[in-house]
Design a protein around this ligand. Structure first.
Ligand code: SF4
Length: 387
């Protein structure tokens, strides 16, 4: 079943969806053209991916369909972003009607999009119960990456993040995670397939691990999008037990740890809900992830002016990670209304990177995307709620 949830309350992190290309000006904020889609609440029908692949296979078999129908239905959703069964033109008309009578294709709807001419587009998604989440689509050359949410709100309450401001509302079910891919693929169209995913949207992914893994299993399967696990990054504020649990499952997802401070005192201020978990325990768990999976862990560090961007902070980070199989992504902060935090200068960020590199730690200063479309995590949702 694609509906499992786990409710571990947890600690703290990252964010600002990012990529290598340059951000420019925002171009539009549009209400969604699919708003007419019938919802679960209106129809009482279940979204088709929520019953799980095996149950759907059995349902199709019980309706006299050959085995390949499962793949057809799922490809229409995940590879073409179909928003209705009527669109599934290579299915028999009778089957389309039976599907229509039993299910809704997608339970979430796209509430609005905000496009930026740096190739990023923020999606505000409304779930069947009215909760709103966000995801971000980023295009750079042949690479099309979706930044995905795993929770409505977030329990971590990072002091620099819009998503954490209101705390956790609830975990997303697995199908609600899958549906973000369906909606994004619907925007892209069948000729421009998603190539990568970063689990870095609203919420702490490892606090909703069972739903996330069930969703990614479908996304990565040949019946789904067929994405390689190696093209998916799971980002966490650092929950050592969950990192170890994930390491032991034998997947090859990339793990990114949102650190933001190398010392416990400063990290407590930035990531309060993670205060009981020391930096050392997080880094040890990340080392274990590398040992078990062979995949280098990246550390995300959002640079905030006069908070964690001083040379001594860089030295501290360099000393912590020296000799470990890892690398650092530095991201200059995307300001969030309602906080006093500010973005450091490019020069200060470059100086920080140089110091960390001097410890032999590979370090990259990343460009943030979507700065003009409130792409810091949770901002679009907050604006919509407050209006
Ligand atoms: S969504 Fe925001 S509050 Fe939650 S862990 Fe990420 S940065 Fe922190």
């Amino acid at each position: 079943m694609l509906s499992g949830e786990d409710n571990a309350a947890v600690p703290a992190c990252r964010k600002s969806c990012r990529s290598d290309s340059r951000h420019q000006a925002a171009t539009s904020v549009t209400e969604d053209s699919r708003a007419g889609r019938s919802s679960v609440a209106e129809t009482g029908k279940r979204p088709v991916v929520s019953i799980g692949t095996e149950a759907l296979r059995a349902w199709l078999k019980a309706h006299g369909q050959p085995r390949y129908r499962l793949r057809q239905v799922l490809h229409w959703l995940l590879r073409r972003g179909a928003s209705s069964f009527a669109q599934m033109s290579d299915l028999p008309a009778a089957l389309r009607q039976q599907l229509e009578a039993a299910f809704v294709p997608v339970s979430a709807r796209l509430r609005s999009t905000a496009a930026c001419n740096d190739g990023s587009c923020k999606l505000l998604v409304e779930l069947a119960d009215g909760q709103q989440i966000e995801c971000v689509l980023m295009e750079s050359g042949m690479r099309r990456t979706l930044c995905v949410s795993t929770q409505a709100g977030c329990p971590i309450r990072c002091t620099f993040c819009a998503s954490g401001a209101a705390g956790l509302v609830r975990n997303l079910a697995a199908h609600e995670i899958v549906e973000q891919f369906v909606l994004a693929q619907g925007l892209l169209g069948p000729q421009r397939r998603l190539t990568h995913a970063v689990i870095m949207g609203m919420g702490e992914p490892l606090a909703n691990l069972s739903s996330l893994l069930a969703a990614l299993e479908l996304v990565c399967s040949s019946n789904g999008l067929g994405l390689s696990q190696r093209r998916i990054t799971i980002s966490t504020v650092g929950l050592p037990d969950r990192i170890r649990q994930l390491a032991e499952l034998g997947h090859s997802y990339h793990l990114a740890v949102s650190l933001h401070a190398a010392g416990d005192e400063l990290r407590k201020q930035l990531v309060p809900a993670n205060a009981s978990i020391g930096v050392r325990a997080i880094v040890d768990a990340a080392d274990y992830y590398f040992q078990r999976t062979g995949r280098q862990v990246s550390y995300e560090y959002v640079l905030i002016r006069n908070v964690n961007d001083a040379p001594e902070h860089a030295h501290q980070l360099g000393r912590l990670l020296r000799g470990r199989k890892s690398y650092v992504n530095l991201i200059r902060y995307n300001p969030v209304p309602g906080t006093d935090y500010r973005r450091p200068s490019l020069r200060a960020a470059q100086r920080f990177a140089k110091i960390v590199r001097s410890y032999g730690v590979p370090t990259e200063l990343r460009q943030t995307k979507g700065q003009k479309v409130e792409a810091a995590c949770g901002q679009l949702r907050l604006r919509q709620l407050s209006s």
